[in-house]
Design a protein around this ligand. Structure first.
Ligand code: CP
Length: 327
């Protein structure tokens, strides 16, 4: 069956076949190489993408804005608090109109039990592809950049032991979308995935079920533990990162008794010593330094966080090139 990328929504990688994700990776590597060589990539000449943000961003906003410029197009940054959305304008009206003006609408909306529904509703009405810049459930832009970074460092990922580990943080009640995306995606590449968190920080049951199905289909594994040391022991890659207790407690408060009882869930040099000697430390960023992770780890020899963040640019460009410009 012919794969048509043009117009394809990018809301979750679960909606993309493994073959489509492989193509996305190939295009990402090609764009990275061309960027390094200074070869122009005018694949989206005169095309427009609208970048709607309900929340703050550093990497996502700037990888998209820089990316569309490198591709010869234009990105319009939209702080949704300055749009008529803030006066109650309906999703349908926003999606229909912006899609008539341009070639894609990208959106970050992380409000719990709102964000993904908002994107799906936009997809229903938009005549242009909808790109998810992070919602309450998924962060596919981060997931594909993480996968690219792992492939770059390791090559064939089959059998790679990767641990997605909850970590203590107080900056804000972070979405579950990064670990949820990773736990679904990594088993599709045959990885041995461990998901570790203190009780109360569960991911949704349906997501775990889908992740297990992905593992079974693609020869990966998924193990869940509440033992932090078990997660670090023998790992090739560790991804210690905070997420909020959204599934068990929908209140927006950042600091509560459960969080404060989990301060020991920190990525320390001591924990890193339990892992393989060449273990790699990853984090989507921003990190709560000295809470989620010791500075000596995130700034140390095992950390690949800046390569991971750089790959947000190359993968964002690949997503736009394929969904906005291809056949
Ligand atoms: N990782 C990530 O999405 O970063 P920003 O929140 O800065 O976009």
């Amino acid at each position: 069956m012919q794969t048509i990328f043009k117009g394809k929504h990018f809301i979750t990688l679960q909606d993309w076949t493994k073959g489509e994700i492989d193509t996305l990776l190939e295009v990402s590597f090609d764009l990275k190489k061309k960027f390094a060589m200074g070869i122009p990539t005018p694949y989206l000449l005169y095309k427009t993408i609208f970048l709607m943000f309900f929340e703050q961003s550093t990497r996502t906003r700037n990888s998209m804005e820089a990316g569309i410029a490198h591709l010869g197009g234009h990105g319009t940054f939209l702080d949704t608090s300055t749009m008529q959305i803030s006066h109650g304008e309906e999703v349908k009206d926003t999606a229909v109109i912006l899609s008539r003006y341009g070639h894609s609408i990208a959106c970050r909306n992380c409000f719990w039990e709102v964000g993904n529904k908002y994107l799906r509703e936009m997809a229903k009405w938009s005549t242009a592809p909808i790109l998810n810049l992070q919602c309450d459930l998924y962060h596919p832009m981060q997931g594909i950049a993480d996968l690219m970074t792992m492939k770059e460092k390791i090559g064939d990922l089959k059998g790679t032991k990767v641990s997605i580990i909850w970590a203590y943080a107080t900056s804000h009640k972070k979405p579950i979308s990064v670990p949820l995306t990773q736990v679904l995606l990594f088993p599709r590449y045959g990885m041995e995935v461990t998901l570790a968190y203190p009780k109360g920080y569960d991911l949704p049951d349906w997501a775990i079920k889908q992740a297990k199905e992905n593992a079974e289909k693609h020869g990966g594994t998924l193990t869940i533990t509440h033992d932090i040391e078990e997660a670090y022991r023998g790992a090739d890659i560790v991804i210690p990162k905070n997420w909020g207790s959204w599934v068990t407690n929908q209140k927006g408060e950042v600091v509560d008794a459960l969080l404060e009882s989990c301060k020991t869930w920190k990525c320390t040099e001591k924990m890193m010593k339990l892992a393989n000697k060449d273990v790699m430390y990853m984090h989507a960023l921003p990190a709560d330094r000295e809470k989620e992770v010791e500075n000596s780890v995130i700034d140390g020899p095992h950390s690949i966080v800046y390569d991971e963040a750089e790959n947000r640019l190359h993968t964002a460009k690949a997503v736009m090139t394929l969904t906005m410009g291809s056949k």
